[in-house]
Design a binder for this molecule. Structure first.
Ligand code: HEM
Length: 494
């Protein structure tokens, strides 16, 4: 039986508990918002957003009409250029001016480590370039970088031309969204480039289809539960490794004298030096899986970029018919010159004759900064411009703001390849970053995108069937929604 007395007692307990909960939540909220304040002079302005998730959800919503650049500008207006936030599960500082971005890239006092998300590091592996720091990183970076700059790529353009022609050979008469076939082509081009895997073969097809699943993982939360993108990506990566490790084993033994079908006859495997790498101050010999992870990481990180740039270039040219005409005229002129010389393939030296197409390429990279910013984590308290960035805090350098600065690029939202009539100023054009983690795929991307655009423009015309024109901005720019073209061969026009 409930008496008045017992009802009152229950009411008192409920009220006390409610007050306790409210005080606890306010305290937790306050601690959250002021984490580090008082102890450290981190920028006092900004918002840490919601407990645990911080502002991650709000930044992930940037797509379509809400641009990442708009999201950043709103914060800069409210809190100033260097402000705090909470992103990717870490208290963070947004470093938004050119000087602040440069500081993050250059890390002049070696006080930062790579801020790649946990999921990416777990999927790509402990020897992937994104997980390595210091001396180990420098070693691997040099081998990857040296082997994929223009002088090395020159040797492969004949094969690249063949892959491109083969990939485009079925386009005539089709209605398609070109992003997917472009990405499949680039994955095959990269597995050929890094492992010497024949692109026409069954292994290349299987790897390309698995890579689509692997690349879903790095931006998901690292929860290894069946059904999650992270789980699927981890398993797909294991299957790719199972396919690639026997090839690595064969290449390693080819180095010791035996020939390998992947080493392309007399040509030396360009990553031979990786087999001699020793990590942890020369104590640890690298395994075949370790080499596999080193060579897979550029494919996994960069594989989607070039295809996205091709699709965006076609999108912008289609929206601007006079630019499309200009690009087409340039391509026809170069094609005619080459026919007169009896040359079918496009080579690295032809890039200088494709000046307008190169301007289109640069303008796509500026207006749609594919990687909108990079992140680092402070490994010690960092003193910068009167602030102390506490150890463990994440620093985000969103260089997309530099590309959209009206003082550097008048009318920045307008697609205008003519602004690159003179080559871009490296300090103000950073699509591939800069410093000791400067993108190793920068030459590869330029060559492959300009070559692919050349092949598309010289072979096809198209009508737009449907186009949502939507773009996702974070964590990487990519086209989302429909962009269907009805494609016809131009042979009858030439
Ligand atoms: C549109 C295409 C691409 C864009 C916009 C792009 C952009 C970038 C940026 C901004 C970085 C610097 C990251 C940092 O400082 O933390 C980077 C790093 C890197 N990129 Fe690219 N990339 C592209 C394509 C590629 C391709 C095709 C490859 C491989 C062939 C590649 C391989 C890499 C690697 C391995 C790194 C890591 C360097 C390191 O951490 O030391 N990227 N990329």
């Amino acid at each position: 039986m409930w008496t008045e007395e017992s009802t009152n007692a229950v009411q008192k307990i409920v009220t006390t508990l409610s007050v306790f909960c409210i005080v606890f939540l306010i305290r937790a909220w306050w601690n959250w918002q002021t984490a580090g304040l008082g102890l450290k002079s981190i920028p006092s302005k900004g918002s840490l957003g919601w407990p645990i998730v911080g502002e991650s959800l709000s930044v992930r919503r940037c797509s379509g009409d809400i641009s990442f650049e708009g999201w950043l500008r709103e914060r800069i207006q409210k809190y100033g250029t260097m402000c705090k936030s909470h992103l990717f599960l870490k208290p963070s500082i947004l470093m938004t001016t050119t000087e602040e971005v440069k500081f993050v890239f250059d890390d002049p006092h070696k006080q930062m480590r790579n801020g790649a998300p946990e999921s990416l590091k777990r999927i790509f592996g402990s020897t992937s370039i994104f997980s390595l720091e210091g001396e180990d990183h420098r070693h691997v970076y040099k081998i990857l970088n040296d082997s994929i700059l223009m002088p090395e790529l020159k040797k492969k353009t004949a094969e690249f031309n063949r892959i491109m022609r083969h990939s485009l050979s079925s386009w005539d008469g089709q209605t398609l969204d070109i992003l997917k076939p472009m990405q499949t082509m680039i994955f095959k081009l990269m597995t050929f480039n890094f492992f010497g895997i024949p692109w026409e073969g069954e292994i290349a097809d299987r790897i390309a289809s698995l890579l689509y699943t692997v690349v879903l993982g790095p931006t998901s939360l690292p929860f290894y539960f069946p059904g999650t993108d992270f789980y699927k990506a981890m398993n797909a990566k294991t299957r790719v490794t199972e396919l690639v490790v026997p090839i690595i084993r064969e290449l390693r033994s080819a180095e010791t004298g035996r020939s390998s079908k992947y080493a392309r006859s007399a040509e030396k495997f360009p990553y031979q030096n990786l087999f001699n790498i020793k990590f942890n101050g020369g104590k640890e010999m690298i395994s075949d899986t370790g080499v596999c992870d080193i060579l897979l990481s550029p494919i996994l990180s960069g594989g989607q970029g070039p295809g996205t740039v091709v699709a965006l270039a076609i999108f912008h040219l289609t929206k601007n018919p006079s630019m499309l005409q200009k690009a087409q005229a340039e391509v026809d002129r170069v094609r005619k010159q080459k026919e007169e010389l009896g040359e079918a393939d496009l080579s690295v030296s032809d890039l200088k004759d494709l000046k307008y197409l190169t301007q289109v390429y640069n303008e796509v990279l500026r207006i749609s900064t594919i990687v909108p910013g990079v992140g680092r984590v402070a490994t010690t308290d960092i003193h910068f411009n009167g602030h102390v960035i506490p150890k463990g805090w994440f620093m985000l350098a969103p260089f997309v703001l530099i590309h959209m600065d009206p003082e550097l690029y008048p009318e920045p939202s307008k697609f205008n390849p003519d602004r690159f009539e003179t080559p871009p100023n490296p300090g103000k054009f950073l699509p591939f970053g800069r410093g000791y983690r400067h993108c190793v795929g920068r030459d590869f991307t330029k060559l492959v995108v300009v070559m692919t655009l050349y092949h598309i423009l010289s072979n096809f015309t198209w009508d737009v069937v449907s186009c949502s024109g939507k773009v996702q901005y974070v964590p990487f720019v990519k086209m989302i929604g429909d962009f269907q073209l009805s494609i016809k061969s131009r042979t009858h026009l030439l």
